[in-house]
Design a protein around this ligand. Sequence first.
Ligand code: SMG
Ligand code: MG
Length: 385
Amino acid sequence: MTNRWSIERVELRRIAMPLVSPFRTSFGVETERDILLVGVELTEPAGSRTSGWGECVALGAPSYSAEYVDGAQHVIVHHLLPQLLAAGPIEAADVGVVLARLHGHPMAKAALEMAVLDAQLRAAGQSFASFLGAERTRIPSGVSVGIHDSTDDLLATVQGYVDDGYVRIKLKIEPGSDIEQVAAVRELIGPATPFQVDANTAYRRTDGAHLARLDEFDMLLIEQPLPEDDIIGHARLADEVETPICLDESLVSAAGTADAIELGACEIANIKPGRVGGYLEAVRIHDLCMSKRVPVWCGGMLETGIGRAANAGLAALPGFTLPGDISASTRFYARDVVTEPITVTDGHVTVPTSPGLGFELDLDVLDAVTTSRIRIDGSGTVTGL
Ligand code: SMG
Ligand code: MG
């Protein structure tokens, strides 16, 4: 894996993926994903060629974090790629190092690193899981359930997922849609089913007593109750509430995660490769959390089969002791862009073993959902396709 590759060509492809049902969180409703895919073609000095794909998890609007898909595409074309092309031959581990001098944009950076990783592993004939040293061949699958207007509708949705075999339920909450809904879901699924909530920053420091009312429902964790920059607030909340506090939006690097853990703000970590600048930083956070005995799980950003395959490889690492948001492709999409969309059997997802990140594109579907394509060659020239 020490080969270094020259970037011959990059393709930026935007796809429109309608969701099978609207997904509502405390920061808004998603009905369709506008996703940026990054394809790379690489060559090495001896002449061999390889190619790979990455998926940028930025949403259409800067709602979950500051990044959004148009901005991600812009920063890739005008800033990240020029920097990467100027660096000469690279391997995946160099991408984050080369791009570190440019601030922010972790999701855009992660997509580039992911494409190079996929290409490089395909050339080596190695699966992502084996590259990472993962030992598990299947991982438990959790599902993320959006905010519903009616509790009856919510219970019908949750029952459907229980019937699908998901081993863990995560419910989105916000002020006004929390305690009663949690009580109703807990009653439906019974005491034994792992259950957690995600507030996507919807509460304030003064909500400690309110959130402590969740303690009686034996939740696995409360995910990101407070704004992303309020680390001290999360630490105080962790003292006020018995249910473990898990950070999502707040964790953007291994160094920041170490601080949050030391401050007592992060009792459990949601690891999302896009949010932290790539899969390699995600692995560093996993290693750190293992050494600190902080349980981790793999989050989701409504990825297609490209991102989900990679997430499944990552989640096979030993520190991922809690079920992740790696649900079946059909949870969000009627048709996926890969030939073997993720499925859930017995509540588990099989970790891909094929070379690369573990997917093959379904080119017919991909073309059908494509809304735009541009190509950038090794000298930085951009052409519309
Ligand atoms: O990918 O299964 C999935 C969705 C998981 O709830 C999920 N993601 O904050 O954890 C989170 C959200 C972020 C995206 S909401 C549009
Ligand atoms: Mg979250």
